[in-house]
Design a protein around this ligand. Structure first.
Ligand code: DGT
Ligand code: CA
Ligand code: ZN
Length: 565
C-alpha cells in the first residue's frame, strides 16, 4: 500500500463529503491529511505498524483509523458508503470548470445526468435551459466547458511526480550495473503537470537493468525508461528532456553551423548554469552540457527548453542568470493554527529559522474567510502582539502580516488602520472567482491601488486540474503593479503554481516584482519553495526580480519599513 494510494482515498472522501454537503471543516481536514500523507517521506504502512500516524501534522484520530483500515484491509468502509450516496460519474461532472457539486446533484436528480457524455448530450439537445438558474446562454457556455474538461488528460502534479522520480532514480543508481541515471522529460523541465517519468539509464548490461525495472513495484504514473550505452548518455538525455520543440530547433542548428565558434572550446562559462538548480540528490542538472558545447551554444537549463526563444538567447549570450532555491532568503506567506494552518506560530517560526531562512512573514486569513477561521480585527491584533513577542532572534526576523481577502468590490477585509500596523500585507481573492473579466480586473486593480497592499497572493486563483484561472486583463494588472510597486506572488504550492511561467515572464518584462511563497499550512509545506523556484525559472526569472531573494534590510526598505520594529 503506497502513500499515494492512501492519499487518493482520502482526497476522494473529501470530494464526496463536499459533494453531499458535508461539514466543510471535515472536508478540509481530509484534504489536509491527504496532502500530508502524499508528501510524507516515510511509508504510511510503517507509521501504522508503529502507531505513529497521529504524529503526522493534520492526521487526527478519526482519519488515522481510516488510514489504518486502508493499510490493513485495502479498503475504507466509510469511503464505500459515501460512494454509494453519489453515483459514479456524477462526481466527474465537477471537472467541468464552473460546475459545482450542487449543480451536479441538480443535473443528476432532475435529468439523470451521470457522466460528462450525458451532460454534453443534454446540452446539445437543449434540455438544460429550463432548469432553475440555467438558460440558453449558460447552456452553451457549459457545452464549451464540458469539451474542455473532456480534453484534459490524466496528469500528475509536479509535486507528486518529483519525489517518485527521484526515489526510482536513486534505486537505479544503487544498482551495480548502472553507471549513470537522470530524470528527463517534463519532470526535468519542471512542467506543472507530467504524464510519465522519463528516465535515461547508462549501462553496459542492459539485460540486468531491464530485469531490475521489471521488478519495480507499480507506480502512480507510467515509467518510460531509456537504457543506453554510457557514451550515448548525454545525447539521449538531451533528446529525452525535450521539449520536442527545443530538441528540433537545436537539431536544425546542426545542419546550419554556428559562425560564433568553430568548436565549443572557447565558449565562456554560462551565467545561467553557474547556479545549481534544485534537483533531487544525484539528479543531474548539466549531464547533457556537452550537447550544447558541441554546437557552440551555452548550456540551456532544462526549465528554459520550451522553444520560446532560449536558443536565440543562448546564441546571443543573453541567457538569464536564473533564480535558484539558494537565492531565496525567506518566505512571505505562511499560515499558522491561528487560522487554518496545522502548526503553531512558534513551530512555524522555529522551522523556518532551522531551514536557514532570514525571515518569515506570518499571513493568516482575514475575517470573512470563515471556513479557514479567518481572524477578526481583535484576534489579528492579539496575533500580531504574539508575533512581536516571539520575534527575539538575532539571526532571524519574524514579520507580522495577513493574507487579506479582496472582497467582491475590491475593498479589503480589514480597515486601513489595521493594515497599517502590519509589516506585510498579502491580498488574495478567495470568493466570487467567476466574475467577468471587466469586473474581476477592476476588483483586483482596486486592491493593487491600496497603498497598504504589498503582494497579490496566487493572482489567478487557479487550482491545477480543479479550478480554472480567473478572467483578468493581465496587462492592466501589470501596469498597476509596476506603478504602485506591488509584487505578484508565484505560489510554490504544486497544486497552484500561480502565476504561471508565462505570466511570470510577462511580469518581469513589465518591471513588476515577484515573490515566491509557499503559502504553507504546515511545517512540512515550508519545504515546497523549490517548486515555486522551478516555475520562476520556467518564466526566465532572475534573483533581482524576486523580493524574497533580497536580504532583510532591502526587503524592509521595499516594504516601507527601513528600521527594525
Ligand atoms: P509529458 O510526458 O507529456 O509530461 O511531456 P514530455 O515532454 O516529458 O513528453 P514525453 O514523455 O512524451 O517525451 C519526453 C521527451 O522525449 C520529449 O520532451 C521529447 C522527446 N520525444 C518523445 N517523443 C518524441 C518524438 O516523437 N519526436 C521527438 N523529436 N522527440 C520526442
Ligand atoms: Ca514525459
Ligand atoms: Zn490563499
Amino acid at each position: 500500500m503506497d502513500n499515494l494510494t492512501v492519499a487518493e482515498a482520502l482526497y476522494e472522501i473529501a470530494d464526496l463529503l463536499e459533494f453531499t454537503g458535508g461539514d466543510p471543516f471535515k472536508v478540509r481536514a481530509y484534504r489536509r491529511a491527504a496532502e500530508a500523507l502524499g508528501l510524507l517521506p516515510e511509508q504510511v504502512a510503517d507509521l501504522v505498524r508503529e502507531s505513529r500516524l497521529t504524529r503526522v501534522p493534520g492526521v487526527g484520530k478519526a482519519i488515522a483509523a481510516k488510514v489504518a483500515e486502508m493499510v490493513e484491509t485495502g479498503r475504507i468502509g466509510y469511503l464505500e458508503e459515501l460512494r454509494q450516496a453519489v453515483p459514479p460519474g456524477v462526481l466527474d461532472l465537477t471537472r467541468v470548470p464552473g460546475l459545482g457539486a450542487r449543480t451536479a446533484m441538480l443535473l443528476y436528480r432532475r435529468l439523470g445526468i451521470d457522466s460528462l457524455e450525458a451532460l454534453e448530450l443534454a446540452a446539445r439537445e437543449g434540455r438544460l435551459r429550463d432548469l432553475p438558474g440555467f438558460g440558453p446562454r449558460k447552456e452553451s457556455a457549459l457545452l464549451a466547458a464540458v469539451a474542455q474538461a473532456r480534453r484534459r488528460p490524466d496528469r500528475l502534479s509536479i509535486g507528486a511526480a518529483v519525489p517518485i522520480a527521484v526515489a526510482v532514480a536513486a534505486r537505479l543508481r544503487a544498482h551495480p550495473a548502472v553507471q549513470q541515471v537522470a530524470v528527463a522529460g517534463s519532470i526535468r523541465r519542471r512542467a506543472e503537470t507530467v504524464a510519465d517519468i522519463d528516465l535515461v539509464i547508462a549501462t553496459r548490461d542492459p539485460a540486468a537493468v531491464s530485469a531490475f525495472l521489471d521488478g519495480l513495484p507499480p507506480l502512480p504514473l507510467p515509467l518510460d525508461p531509456l537504457v543506453v550505452a554510457p557514451e550515448d548518455f548525454a545525447a539521449a538525455l538531451f533528446e529525452r528532456t525535450g521539449s520536442a520543440a527545443h530538441v528540433a530547433e537545436v537539431a536544425r542548428m546542426a545542419t546550419a553551423p554556428v559562425t560564433l565558434t568553430e568548436s565549443g572550446a572557447d565558449v565562456p562559462a554560462d551565467p545561467g548554469a553557474s547556479v545549481p538548480a534544485d534537483r533531487g540528490p544525484g539528479e543531474s542538472d548539466e549531464a547533457d552540457a556537452e550537447v550544447y558545447r558541441a554546437r557552440g551554444l551555452l548550456f540551456i537549463p532544462p526549465e528554459l527548453r520550451e522553444g520560446r526563444g532560449e536558443i536565440a538567447a543562448a546564441l546571443a549570450r543573453r541567457l538569464p542568470r536564473l533564480i535558484a532555491r539558494a537565492d531565496l532568503k525567506g518566505d512571505l506567506h505562511v499560515h499558522t493554527s491561528a487560522s487554518d494552518g496545522t502548526a503553531t506560530l512558534a513551530e512555524m517560526a522555529e522551522a523556518a529559522r532551522a531551514m536557514g531562512h532570514q525571515y518569515l512573514a506570518i499571513c493568516d486569513h482575514s475575517q470573512s474567510l470563515r471556513i479557514a477561521r479567518g481572524l477578526s480585527p481583535e484576534r489579528l491584533r492579539e496575533h500580531v502582539a504574539a508575533i512581536r513577542r516571539l520575534d527575539q532572534w538575532s539571526d532571524f526576523r519574524l514579520l507580522a502580516g495577513a493574507e487579506v481577502d479582496i472582497l467582491r468590490d475590491g475593498t479589503l477585509d480589514y480597515p486601513d488602520g489595521i493594515l497599517a500596523e502590519l509589516d506585510v500585507v498579502v491580498a488574495s481573492i478567495h470568493s466570487h472567482m467567476g466574475l467577468s473579466e471587466a469586473e474581476q480586473t477592476e476588483r483586483l486593480l482596486r486592491a493593487i491601488e491600496n497603498p497598504h497592499v504589498d503582494i497579490i497572493g496566487h493572482p489567478f486563483g487557479r487550482v491545477i486540474g480543479r479550478r480554472e484561472p480567473m478572467a483578468l486583463d493581465f496587462p492592466r494588472i501589470l501596469e498597476a503593479c509596476a506603478r504602485t510597486g506591488t509584487a505578484l506572488e508565484i505560489s510554490a504550492s504544486p497544486s497552484r503554481l500561480d502565476l504561471s511561467a508565462e505570466h511570470a515572464r510577462m511580469a518581469k518584462e513589465a518591471g513588476v516584482k515577484l515573490v515566491i511563497n509557499t503559502d504553507a499550512h504546515s511545517v512540512r509545506e515550508l519545504e515546497l519553495l523549490p517548486y515555486g523556484v522551478g516555475q520562476a525559472r520556467r518564466g526566465w526569472i532572475e534573483p533581482g526580480d524576486v523580493v524574497n531573494a533580497w536580504d532583510l534590510p532591502e526587503l524592509l526598505e521595499w516594504l516601507g519599513r527601513s528600521s527594525p520594529a
